[in-house]
Design a protein around this ligand. Structure first.
Ligand SMILES: Nc1ncnc2c1ncn2[C@@H]1O[C@H](COP(=O)(O)OP(=O)(O)OP(=O)(O)O)[C@@H](O)[C@H]1O
Ligand SMILES: [Mg+2]
Length: 251
């Protein structure tokens, strides 16, 4: 009997879990010749919480951009929920992106919309009924802890509150996969911690979370899977990882 078959846990994961995201030999070279990803193989499973870490320029944002098809891969294949997205025709991309909730470092809130309007705006593309829209917006703002800020405009909100609006906007579709690229990049440590706890809560509700970050404290406190990218390659992939292994030089 093989070692795999003797371990019930591994047998279970090998047989019954299908990755929600998988990368197969993915490479990305930008038109100027910069190589951002080299032969990346990855499998991310349903309900995983994954930190993507690595030095500036390592390839974290590129990994996210090819996953949401904001950039095309140069080689290899990416599957999302069993569907190959690397060859998906352009007209299908809006629907692909709606399967993800996506937030970035800058919140990109619309200055003329209040909190409730901004989150509603994100949902309106799917033409929901008014009652559903209102209930869904209020529920989502409650999840992110902004239920008392519905009528505030971006310039009346702190950075952390603005990021919560961006997260609410990303969650309002009830995506199965939540992707964040440096969501705490502009926030102080306490506020960052609040945002990450919110993402942990989102993950506990059954959403797969992928978060690219430089935030060492957060990664070391949360102790989830850590994928380290170095020079475009996966250099480390640990189940309950830290920002850096003990004994390694600090960046
Ligand atoms: N649009 C682009 N055109 C050309 N080269 C790019 C482009 N975007 C990124 N690169 C290059 O690809 C490599 C990876 O960049 P990427 O933005 O993915 O890194 P990162 O890990 O997200 O860095 P940071 O931590 O600074 O956000 C770098 O060498 C970068 O200069
Ligand atoms: Mg980046």
């Amino acid at each position: 009997m093989s070692a795999l078959a003797m371990n019930p846990q591994e047998t279970l994961s090998a047989s019954s879990l299908r990755p929600v995201i998988s990368f197969h030999g993915v490479g990305k070279t930008y038109p100027n010749g910069s190589v951002a990803l080299r032969d990346v193989d990855l499998a991310i499973y349903e309900k995983d919480f994954v930190f993507v870490v690595g030095a500036s320029g390592a390839g974290k944002s590129s990994l996210i951009r090819v996953l949401i098809r904001e950039e095309n891969v140069s080689s290899g294949r990416i599957f999302v929920e069993g569907q190959e997205i690397t060859r998906m025709p352009r007209r299908k991309l809006p629907r692909l992106r709606r399967r993800f909730g996506i937030v970035f470092q800058d919140y990109k809130l619309l200055p003329t919309l209040n909190v409730a309007q901004d989150v509603a705006f994100a949902l309106q593309v799917t033409r929901p009924g008014q009652k559903y829209l209102k209930d869904r917006v209020e529920e989502t703002l409650w999840i992110v802890g902004l239920e008392d800020k519905l009528r505030k405009y971006p310039d009346q909100l702190s950075g952390g509150e603005q990021q919560r609006v961006a997260i609410a906007r990303a969650l309002v579709h009830r995506p199965k996969i939540f992707i964040a690229d440096e969501p705490t990049g502009n926030l102080d440590p306490d506020t960052s911690w609040g945002i990450v706890q919110l993402l942990v809560k989102v993950n506990h509700s059954g959403t797969t979370v992928v978060m690219a970050t430089h935030n060492r404290e957060v990664v070391d406190l949360v102790r989830r899977r850590v994928i380290q990218i170095e020079n475009g390659r996966v250099a480390r992939d640990e189940v309950e990882g830290q920002y850096l292994r003990e004994g390694e030089a600090t960046l």
